[in-house]
Design a protein around this ligand. Structure first.
Ligand code: AMP
Ligand code: GLY
Length: 420
């Protein structure tokens, strides 16, 4: 089959790496791709936000299957354009992508099916939002309703911070995403991410992971897109998984179908777990980055068969072949990230790293310049390894990190600490 993956991050490098290993894959194209992806696939420079351009490219290149990586093209309906054109595609249409694109939409669905989640209020003006915050008290969480690239969530430990966040959001600090605001009860517990494939009707869990959102060791410093992850997440016991499926995922998916917007793709279920009870923090309608890197490390080539089964509506016949293994990824970021950082520093030593079914260095923000690899993003590389135990996966991943020669970069040294 000819396969097109949309996206350019570490997530898409990991997806490409897994897909490439499947014997069904004849030609693999990633748009726009990145320097690491270019080593295993063709890269094509198309505007992935333009559904018409994607359809034209897919048609012109006899693409049999399109896998959409990031949320932005899903939220503007690129999957709908592809399906309208008769092209097989993995990823939800615009209506179902609201599960990520609108927090108020998700909260309303949760309320309709009684799924456990934080109590909330939804506001379109600052005064009403402030009244609600004063009435509820701190700590409290203030969220921009729309897509804000992970930045639209303020955890306010005191009232003044919450009130200021409301002013910032309605004042336009988060653009259109902040035109509506959701205010939530602050939930305590341990966070985990859980991934479920859906074909509109049938569901198939494909693993759990735990991300490290803070920039520095000991969960200190500013929030980032994710500085590392590991899979599985020990907090996701069989009992917690069963509760998550029964109380949250299955009712949500049934409600989506009932409303005429069946969800097809991967549902990323962000959970807060306390005393064995999972509550929903958020849904995303795509794989996480860097959670995808550890999931792909564990799933390998079968991933492609699973995505195809989801897209073709036959997940009821699919199953995951689990190995009793662990994977861990460490993100290398440019000094200064998630704030301002320099671009263009040279990264050495990459040719010395192992690349096999248990070790892979995924690229996120790199470019090739004069025969050298240079950093071009905030999160730049993800050193990913698999082992029989989490400790072994961690040791292998850090061994890879130590072979990278990049003085202008940094990483956390404690990825996996909570589980080890
Ligand atoms: P979100 O974009 O909704 O996933 O929020 C980003 C992060 O903020 C989550 O991964 C949690 O760490 C935290 N968070 C969001 N909502 C809540 C909540 N209601 N209670 C506690 N933490 C939250
Ligand atoms: N790592 C969190 C996310 O991809 O949203």
């Amino acid at each position: 089959m000819n396969i097109l993956i949309l996206g350019s991050g570490g997530r898409e490098h990991a997806l490409a790496w897994a897909v490439k290993q499947n014997p069904k894959c004849d030609r693999l194209i990633v748009a726009p791709g990145n320097t690491g992806i270019a080593q295993i696939a063709e890269c094509a420079d198309i505007d992935i936000m333009d559904g018409g351009a994607v359809v034209e490219f897919a048609t012109g290149n006899a693409v049999d299957f399109v896998i959409i990586g990031p949320e932005a093209p899903l939220a503007v309906g690129v999957a709908d354009r592809l399906r309208d054109a008769g092209i097989l595609c993995f990823g939800p249409g615009q209506a179902a992508a609201q599960l990520e694109a609108s927090k108020a939409f998700t909260k309303e669905i949760c309320a309709a099916v009684n799924a456990p989640t934080a109590a909330y209020g939804h506001f379109t003006d600052a005064q009403a939002a402030k009244d609600y915050v004063r009435q509820q008290g701190a700590p409290i969480v203030v969220k921009a309703d729309g897509l804000a690239a992970g930045k639209g969530v303020i955890m306010a430990m005191d009232l003044d911070t919450a009130l200021a966040a409301i002013d910032d959001m309605f004042g336009g600090d988060f653009g259109d995403a902040g035109a509506e605001v959701v205010i939530e009860e602050f939930m305590e517990g341990e966070e985990a991410s859980f991934f479920v494939l859906c074909d509109g009707e049938n569901l198939l869990p494909i693993g759990s992971a735990q991300d490290h959102k803070r920039a520095y060791d000991g969960d200190k410093g500013p929030n980032t897109g994710g500085m590392g992850a590991y899979s599985p997440a020990p907090v996701m016991t069989d009992a917690v998984i069963a509760k998550t499926m029964d109380e949250i995922v299955r009712p949500t998916m049934a409600e989506m179908a009932r409303r005429g917007m069946p969800f097809q793709g991967v549902l990323f279920v962000g959970l807060m777990i306390k005393d064995g009870q999972p509550r929903l923090v958020e849904y995303n309608v795509r794989f996480g980055d860097p959670e995808c890197q550890v999931l792909m490390m564990r799933l390998g080539a079968q991933l492609f068969d699973l995505l195809q089964a989801a897209a073709e509506g036959r997940l009821d016949q699919a199953q995951v072949n689990w190995a009793d293994d662990h994977a861990l990824t460490v993100v290398l970021a440019a000094d200064g990230y998630p704030g301002a950082y320099e671009k263009g520093s040279v990264i050495g030593g990459l040719e010395t790293l192992p690349e096999d079914s248990t070790h892979m260095l995924f690229h996120a923000g790199t470019a090739e310049k004069d025969g050298q690899i240079v950093a071009t993003g905030g999160r730049v590389l993800a050193a990913t390894a698999r082992g029989a135990t989490l400790a072994e996966a961690q040791a292998q991943a850090y061994k890879m990190v130590d072979m990278v020669d990049w003085p202008e970069g940094f990483c956390r040294r404690d990825i996996g600490w909570r589980a080890l």
